[in-house]
Design a protein around this ligand. Structure first.
Ligand SMILES: *Cc1c(COP(=O)(O)O)cnc(C)c1O
Length: 427
């Protein structure tokens, strides 16, 4: 659809009124179910790829990726093992290889596309802990009473969730003035901490797009033999943009990283690329064993199943691969440069506006700002009006207890005019 309709949300009561019950013993027939989806249900879903959807981290899949997702869904391809899905896995691995090369990872690096960044972070941290435990066991040392994971104050909420699932403690390191985790602050915390199996650096925080001190963190982690995982679910896409590549210096020393093609790499939901420097360590941590799986455990071939917390999987990296193969990597770099330029223009417009103020200087494509004089309820009323009037979807966020406005720009179709039109409503 061009233009994409923004649509809006509805309450459960409204949907119950207009749709009612759909699942019955007799079935309603495909025509009727499709009609309900087309005319009511799909219109009660906000389009994530609308150029004025600047919420959370939206998405902007290419038509090529979306069409290939349709083809993949209709193809009955199984993506869990090399035996069953060799062709699909081969192609997925080439897309992973492009990302590994952008990060400066060695030829032996590799990984898997998982459902999302949350599962990617969990899988990487499980590998980190298993690796630390194996190292202690090899040295005849006992495991610590509690394992610990260290991260910055603005790390994504999924790091805490992963730690809860693993029943490990999280040590949050005090940030620098830009909200970043630095090597020096990490070293101070590690001097007192025991049982640390991993440090999570964030390359592009969700709230601000801030990038932790990757070189400093890498140095400290290497000195202490601690696994360094880089959460770049949103931000690491910008490795593909020549103007931003240098912001991620230090990533090549990480043990693992994630980046979500469904965020800023123009693929549909749901795909997170999880890449390990030494995939054998992940395989040791994650491979499921059973008689019925033994036939898959051959030394030849690559079983995506073995590198994360999952077994059956769709070849969810293929829509991203197809679009990347079709358009070429240069187009990806250019599309990301476009969004970075629009974010810079948005920041400039805010700086030049008498009633608006940047909360922080943006580093990637997230712009957080306040409207002088507004309270939380003003932001909420403004945001609700924009959605209701089909102008934009820009929900406010909360920083340090203050409600503020936030743009996350990932679509190359978002223009400075879109930004100007939204800012003009903040009177
Ligand atoms: C979005 C995000 C995640 C979680 O990714 P999902 O795909 O939503 O599970 C993790 N880390 C960061 C920095 C993110 O922005």
């Amino acid at each position: 659809m061009d233009p994409v309709p923004l649509h809006g949300t509805r309450t459960a009561a409204e949907l119950a009124d207009s749709v009612g019950a759909t699942v019955s013993p007799e079935g309603m027939g495909g025509q009727r179910a499709l009609e309900l989806f087309d005319t009511i249900l799909s219109r009660a879903c906000i389009s994530v790829d609308h150029p004025r959807n600047l919420s959370f981290i939206p998405a902007a899949p290419t038509p090529a990726a979306v069409l290939f997702d349709l083809a993949l869904g209709a193809s009955s391809v199984y993506g869990g093992s090399w035996l069953e899905g060799a062709g699909a896995v081969y192609a997925e691995n080439q897309a992973l290889r492009w990302l590994a090369d952008l990060a400066g990872f060695p030829p032996a690096a590799g990984g898997v596309f998982v459902q999302g960044g949350t599962l990617g972070n969990l899988s990487a941290l499980v590998t980190a802990r298993a690796t630390a435990a194996a190292r202690l066991a090899a040295g005849g040392q006992a495991r610590p009473d509690r394992w610990r994971v260290v991260c910055g104050a603005e790390a994504h909420s999924s790091v805490a969730q992963a730690a809860a699932v693993m029943d490990v403690d999280v040590i949050v390191v005090p940030p620098d003035a830009g909200g970043r985790l630095t090597g020096d602050a990490l070293a101070r915390v590690l001097a007192e901490a025991h049982g640390v199996c991993a440090v999570v650096a964030t390359a592009g925080t969700t709230q601000f797009g801030a990038i932790d001190d990757l070189p400093g963190i890498a140095r400290v982690a290497r000195d202490r033999d601690i696994w360094m995982h880089v959460d770049g679910a949103y931000g690491l896409a910008a490795l593909a943009a020549p103007s931003a590549h240098g912001l991620f210096d230090g990533i090549s020393a990480a043990d693992s990283f994630i980046v979500d093609p469904h965020k800023w790499l123009f693929a549909p939901f749901d795909a997170c690329a999880l890449i390990y420097r030494e995939p054998a360590l992940a395989k040791a941590a994650h491979t499921q064993r059973a008689g019925y799986l033994e036939v898959l455990a051959t030394p030849e071939g690559w079983n995506p199943t073995d590198y994360a917390v999952h077994l059956s999987r769709r070849a969810r990296g293929l829509p991203f691969w197809f679009s990347l193969a079709a358009h070429g990597t240069r187009a990806y770099g250019q599309a990301i440069e476009t969004t970075l330029a629009v974010a810079a223009a948005a920041a400039e417009a805010i700086r030049g506006h008498g009633q608006l103020e940047l909360v922080r200087e943006p580093s990637l494509s997230v712009v957080v700002f306040r409207r002088l004089g507004w309270q939380a309820r003003d932001y909420h009323a403004w945001s609700e009006r924009l959605l209701k009037e089909n102008i934009a979807f820009v929900p406010p966020t909360v920083h340090d207890g203050e409600t503020v406005a936030r743009f996350a720009i990932v679509s190359p179709r978002t223009t400075p005019d879109d930004i100007a039109a939204i800012l003009a409503t903040m009177t």
